[in-house]
Design a protein around this ligand. Structure first.
Ligand code: SAM
Length: 280
């Protein structure tokens, strides 16, 4: 019988965030596959765990993936650990999961920290609907096309970013989303220098003209302003005639009042005109 692949979430900074079950799984696995063996070794040493450790990262995932699958097929249990946080979220763990599924090997998760979710809940932005966008491409054109394609998304958007690319990314976001869009820059989460800066894109750009970005960042961006749907339009409760007359009473011509009312109600001018002139 095949063994199991355990996707073990590890701390994104504070070692106290490791779960009891994660330690139990790491202690009992036949092999630990780690994205960054040095970092994982620190974790294992801290908790006194000694287990065979192998690397599994972006540059060896093909050969190493095959090797890990062969061990799993031999009945060994393997714990997969990423650099930090939850494996398969913006790291090669995703490929390992696909490979196991293709080979009929059971995969299970040991939940824990994810930088994106923690940044979202601290952002103060709408957390009920959000989209995780991961890392933007290093290619300028692809990055801009990506941002253009999501500029009208009304969900909160979450990005990962490295400090040396932060300023360019903020500039590209200003161009795509407009400088008034609110953001939260969550930095060094769960660590001593944890900080969440809540501001607009323009304010963030001005701040990083004066201050060098430091540490690991998650950028949380407010979604685009939603156009009011027909059912949400507050003018729906006001009869059309009364609506037009309100503008006329403010000194507008009938033509301008019809135009303004049509814009408020998000309907064609002709409809408002016809309704206004309809006999009671
Ligand atoms: N798998 C991880 C997770 O579950 O969040 C993410 C791995 S991804 C390769 C690394 C990126 O996550 C960093 O560049 C940064 O954007 C974000 N990140 C990781 N730890 C962080 C922290 N403590 N504070 C802020 N962002 C962090």
């Amino acid at each position: 019988m095949s063994g199991k692949l355990y996707l073990c979430a590890t701390p994104i900074g504070n070692l106290g965030d490791v779960s009891a079950r994660c330690l139990e799984v790491l202690s009992s696995a036949d092999l630990i596959a780690a994205e960054d063996t040095r970092r994982t070794l620190q974790l294992l040493n801290h908790f006194g765990i000694t287990k065979p450790l192998t690397s599994y990262h972006e540059h060896n995932k093909r050969e190493k993936g095959g090797y890990i699958v062969s061990l799993l097929k031999d009945g060994k249990n393997v714990a997969l650990v990423s650099d930090a946080g939850t494996p398969a979220i913006s790291d090669p763990g995703e490929d390992m999961v696909k490979l196991c599924i293709e080979n009929g090997i059971e995969v299970t998760s040991v939940p824990g920290p994810v930088a994106a979710v923690n940044a979202l809940i601290l952002s103060g932005l709408n957390a009920s609907r959000f989209a995780f966008e991961g890392f933007l491409s290093v290619n300028k054109r692809h990055r801009r096309e990506h941002l253009e394609s999501i500029k009208n998304d009304t969900r909160t958007l979450i990005f990962y970013e490295a400090p040396h690319k932060l300023k360019n990314t903020i500039a590209d976001m200003q161009s795509a989303f407009g400088g008034n869009r609110r953001i939260a820059l969550a930095r060094e989460l769960t660590k001593i220098h944890e900080e969440v800066m809540r501001c607009t894109l323009d304010e963030a750009a001005a701040y990083y003209e004066e201050n060098a970005p430091r540490g690991e960042y998650v950028i949380v961006v407010e979604g685009a302003a939603a156009e009011k749907s027909e059912t949400e339009n507050e003018w729906n409760d006001v009869p059309v005639k009364e609506h037009v007359e309100r503008y006329i009473s403010q000194g507008m011509t009938v033509k301008d009042a019809v135009k303004a009312a049509a814009a408020d109600r998000n309907v064609p001018k002709r409809d408002v005109y016809n309704e206004y002139h309809k006999e009671d």
